[in-house]
Design a protein around this ligand. Sequence first.
Ligand code: AMP
Length: 363
Amino acid sequence: MSSTKTIGIIGGGQLGQMMAISAIYMGHKVITLDPASDCPSSRVSEVIAAPYDDVDALRQLADCCDVLTYEFENVDADGLDAVIKDGQLPQGTELLRISQNRIFEKDFLSNKAQVTVAPYKVVTSSLDLEDIDLSKNYVLKTATGGYDGHGQKVITSAKDLEEANALANSAECVLEEFVNFDLEISVIVSGNGKDVTVFPVQENIHRNNILSKTIVPARISDRLADRAKAIAVKIAEQLNLSGTLCVEMFATADDIIVNEIAPRPHNSGHYSIEACDFSQFDTHILGVLGAPLPAINLHEPAVMLNVLGQHVEAAERYVTENPSAHLHMYGKLEAKHNRKMGHVTLFSNEPDNVVEFGKGIDF
Ligand code: AMP
């Protein structure tokens, strides 16, 4: 049997593109399904240009690939179930369904994986908000469709509660207690269906709810870092994980609280391309192919800066002045405001001195 596989990737954005690059290094062939024939992955793979929920296109992809994977979690799980053959989607559609809906996700995290999440309750209408104790703060999040802070309402006052009532009457939601965290962190873990491998803990700084800077290793105690990694491994084992998963968490003074999971490589793991001996994309491909997984070593402390549409010129200038910084551009044709166009990774022991692009200009 040939060790060269044809891998079908649903989604041809930067995550799909970087997965494809890893796969190609390993000798595999990649076919991408994306609505845009000029998507970032079109630079490195064949593209079937069709909407993600086009079942005929999904079937065409499934028919010409050995293995399927996806770059984002809002894939049509029913459509996939209708076309995949046994074992063709090692990540399975169950993990997709869990991460598509915060109610399923919270239930999985707290009851099945038994990791700590912020105290929460399911909200089906504003009636469920009637008796909340306003001496505490909360975040109300829609169960589906939210991303980068959309579909969320922080509640710290009676006035916020009024707006939250409207959100609660428009969609099913989860009400979480507000966590007074010190840092936001994440851990990348990859599995091959049997074993898992885990990356160092990442510290994440967001601006306007969009990741701006990742610092590795995160500036937390060794005890908390070990705990964060153990939590990520526990979740991966509970899932019999295949491929890469990112666990986003809050670090408080003495605890780690899980916020959410993303069943794919994640923006906060991009540093691993240069800073680790295997990247999150390499282990994703190895994992979905069921190959043995390497232990991960961090070569040196690293910082990753996101390059949004409004930062492209600043980033290009930065790397001409700092040629040892690694600039990645995804090949997106239009540099829209807040669109992720690329990222820069550099090695640094002084992460506070690595200034985010656009700081002081557009935050
Ligand atoms: P999410 O969509 O769940 O990743 O939330 C977006 C951002 O909102 C997170 O990165 C946090 O900065 C903030 N956030 C979400 N949930 C909470 C919470 N329970 N307590 C405090 N901040 C939160």
